[in-house]
Design a protein around this ligand. Structure first.
Ligand code: GP9
Ligand code: MN
Length: 421
């Protein structure tokens, strides 16, 4: 009710991180392209398998000085995996602790980015080479306010170009180009890749990148599909440049969640050259990369600790939209007051000095377990952040809140039926 809403509103206003004027509005009016990089973990960046870079294209972006590359962002997804990451990118709210928010809360009221940008003249679209009902996307996208959803029905889903969940990334991006170019500008779009999905095996001829040589087939194949995705991204960037869109578009790329679960710790120890302790698994291997390229703005490698919920405020501030009137939980990564106690969905957290894993407290510098007292205060902070976000999502509180100038979405205005486009 309105008491709950007031409590959440007070918490959010007290924790607001104001934009850095150096970046605020630097991407005003530009197109936006999000790319969900399936199962992509940060350790892959700059990793060499037998002396060969796995992701030479992404590595080049990480070091070109023009792209922001955030190497300390943690995976905050729950059971909704890809869809949980999408939820965070569009809403800066946490997904659910059990179940998928896309499945369970598709009827909620949201104030998602497509709806916010609509009042600024933007058209929004989602692109994905799987069928629209997967993860209940066709319902949740109506609540988020995506104008268009180009799902598998818009692509050539022939045998050769598909594997497990759908279209391979190279044909996906290639076939997406004309659809993207057909959109009115400015646009807000997202592309959800698939090829780097567990168990990762690619077909003969898709890649000539070598497999790793551990005893674990899943881990071995991960490098091949990650390399394939890297090539697909390079192809897409080249196409964006050729089309002229690149210079007028902000590109945000993020790893959606881990690809290699803790069942593969033995093989991963060989890969990273050290034992995968619970601390190592959480603090290092749960990182997912975030890249943001803003035409004409200098970037560089960014080490601040953050979470997936932090991407939206960062982007909105770049677009010149102050987030202070929105009930969102994340914190602008480029703000001088960015908060650095960052929760995992299960209540554990990462912070500059300490990391909590399975309720145990570790000192980052040594990876040693220390007295729980060192983490207690930080742990409370992390839990409170999750709780405030959960209040919004579980109690559907945005029904009772109207940001200034925001025009609410009417789900009935959105349908994703191909022939009626
Ligand atoms: C399916 C794709 C994969 O459409 O998004 O989902 P995941 O299993 O990674 O959540
Ligand atoms: Mn995924």
């Amino acid at each position: 009710d309105s008491n709950d809403t007031t409590e959440v509103e007070n918490y959010i206003k007290a924790n607001y991180a104001e934009p850095d004027p150096k970046y605020f509005g630097k991407a005003k009016g530009k197109n936006v392209i999000f790319i969900s990089m399936e199962s992509f973990q940060t350790f892959l960046i700059d990793y060499q398998l037998n002396g060969q870079e796995v992701t030479p294209f992404l590595n080049s972006l990480a070091h070109d000085g023009k792209t922001f590359y955030f190497d300390n962002i943690i995976n905050q997804t729950g059971q909704g995996k890809t869809s949980d990451a999408e939820f965070m990118m569009d809403n800066s709210l946490y997904p659910m602790s059990q179940g998928a928010v896309f499945v369970n809360k598709a009827q909620n009221t949201l104030q998602a980015t497509p709806a916010i940008l609509k009042t600024q003249g933007y058209t929004s679209a989602a692109f994905h080479g799987n069928y629209k009902t997967f993860w209940n996307r066709n319902e949740m996208y109506r609540t988020i306010g995506y104008d268009k959803f180009f799902d598998a029905e818009y692509y050539n889903m022939n045998e050769e170009d598909t594997k497990n969940y759908g279209l391979k990334d190279k044909p996906f991006f290639a076939e997406s180009m004309p659809l993207l170019e057909s959109l009115p500008q400015p646009f807000y779009t997202k592309f959800i890749t698939l090829s780097n999905h567990h168990p990762f095996g690619m077909d003969e001829g898709d890649t000539d990148f070598p497999v790793a040589e551990t005893d674990d087939k899943v881990v071995n194949q991960y490098f091949q599909s990650a390399n394939y995705m890297d090539q697909a991204l390079e192809q897409f960037f080249n196409d964006l440049k050729k089309s002229g869109l690149y210079d007028n578009t902000v590109v945000v790329m993020y790893g959606d969640h881990y690809g290699i679960s803790e069942n593969h710790n033995d093989a991963m120890a060989e890969i990273i050259g050290k034992e995968v302790t619970p601390f190592e698994y959480a603090r290092n291997l749960q990182r997912v990369p975030v890249f943001i390229h803003v035409p004409g703005v200098e970037g560089g490698v960014q080490h601040q600790i953050g979470g997936q919920v932090d991407v939206r405020p960062t982007l909105l501030h770049l677009l010149g939209i102050d987030t202070k009137d929105y009930l969102e939980i994340g914190s602008d990564l480029l703000s001088k007051n960015h908060r650095e106690v960052v929760p995992f969905r299960n209540g554990d957290f990462v912070s500059p000095e300490f990391t909590q894993v399975d309720d145990k407290c570790y000192l980052n510098e040594t990876g040693e377990e220390v007295e729980g007292a060192s983490c207690a205060h930080l742990s409370e902070k992390a839990k409170l952040e999750l709780q405030m976000s959960d209040n919004i999502v579980y109690k559907d509180l945005l029904r009772f809140y109207k940001p200034e100038g925001f025009v609410p979405i009417n789900r009935d205005d959105y349908q994703y039926i191909k022939n009626e486009d």
